[in-house]
Design a protein around this ligand. Structure first.
Ligand code: TXA
Ligand code: MG
Length: 339
């Protein structure tokens, strides 16, 4: 099938209540018609997602968004004009045609126009609201390639559209426009600074709106967006302690994800060598926040695939460009405490 035929097929599947995985600039989504309660039920089952967690609804652009929002105020208009298509989800009061199961019973819906040519074409042809959470099992790492989706959800999806690797790599910013002032529920590709330039000061929810309503429970947060391996976050000054731990646990397989300069662990390797057949890795992650975000989920998946049991992740800098990455890492890991 050529691309036009594939998209035609995808539209047909969606109209018949099926599931289509689709690429976006952030992560791959698992799509169904947001007006079809049965199809939405299939999404929740495929993901193993708690029915209390609302789905994002994708649209081709503002014109379609207006149809599925009860109100589309000046803030929504301004932000959509500036950032759509792009990694910004706007939470607004929903139109009744969006079924309640799609929004977990909430009166609001998160709308976003994704910046990917294949999916924008799909959305234009579908001409409706495409509910689409990330195409992973609930609490797991979001997929950033079609292959990730195949591995994780293959059998549960009617069609996977392959649009190549995602260019942003972590999920969109979720901005609640129904509170006053507006409030960031999840940091992502569009920064708070950029949003504030358009609509003035916004709040930020510092807990977590993750894969379930775990906002109140740090323990639950720890498993969101998480790899299968045990994952620890360590401070920049704690590398010695981490390497000591690794030295004491040579029977295990582990990986240390540094930000740049893997040579910092060089003396460690001259002391302990490479281990016998079990992966023991010191990895150099990008020093640029956007590059890091693009690589993060793929790296966690790769380490799981290699059977790594423990992952140590170096904490990124505290400055604004790293905010979304820090948020995801906080939820994928627990803090390292030297034992
Ligand atoms: O980048 C993304 O946003 C990706 C791609 C596929 O678009 N989608 C995604 O969807 O990450 P999902 O369902 O995995 O995450 C949606 C997040 C959840 O944290 C959910 O709680 C929040 O958005 N959310 C969705 N609708 C909401 C609503 N009406 N009110 C508050 N939070 C909402
Ligand atoms: Mg998700």
């Amino acid at each position: 099938m050529n691309q036009a035929e594939l998209i035609q097929r995808a539209v047909q599947i969606l109209r018949e209540g099926g599931l289509v995985a689709f690429p976006t600039e952030t992560v791959y989504g698992l799509g169904a018609d947001a007006r079809n309660a049965e199809a939405i039920g299939r999404i929740y089952r495929a993901k193993g997602r708690p029915s209390t967690n609302p789905l994002i609804v994708h649209v081709a652009g503002q014109d379609v968004a207006r149809r599925y929002a009860r109100e589309w105020g000046p803030e929504a208009q301004r932000l959509a004009e500036r950032f759509w298509p792009g990694p910004l989800t706007l939470v607004v009061e929903k139109d009744p045609s969006i079924v309640d199961v799609a929004t977990a019973g909430k009166s609001t819906v998160g709308l976003r126009a994704p910046d990917h040519p294949l999916t924008l074409e799909l959305l234009r042809r579908f001409d409706g609201p495409l509910a689409g959470p990330s195409a992973n099992r609930s609490t797991r790492v979001s997929p950033t390639t079609a292959q990730h989706v195949r591995e994780e959800l293959g059998g549960a999806v009617d069609l996977i559209l392959d649009g190549g690797p995602c260019s942003v790599g972590i999920e969109s910013t979720v901005l609640d426009l129904t509170s006053s002032p507006a409030r960031i529920l999840r940091p992502g590709g569009v920064s708070r600074e950029l949003i504030e330039r358009e609509i003035g000061v916004v709040g930020e929810f510092s807990g977590s709106v993750g894969e379930s309503e775990a906002a109140s429970s740090p323990g639950q947060q720890a498993v969101h967006y998480a790899p299968l391996a045990k994952a620890f976050l360590f401070g920049r000054g704690e590398l010695e302690g981490v390497l000591e731990w690794c030295g004491r646990h040579m029977e295990q397989s582990w990986a240390v994800m540094l930000i740049g300069r893997w040579e910092r662990a060089g003396s460690f390797f001259s002391r302990f060598g490479e281990g016998n057949g079990r992966p023991r890795l010191v990895l150099e992650m990008p020093e640029d926040a956007a590059d890091y975000a693009r690589r993060l989920y793929g790296m966690l998946r790769q380490l799981d695939g290699q059977g790594v049991e423990t992952i140590f992740v170096e904490e990124p800098p505290a400055d604004p460009p790293w905010r979304a990455v820090r948020d995801r890492l906080r939820r994928a890991t627990v803090p390292f405490t030297p034992l």
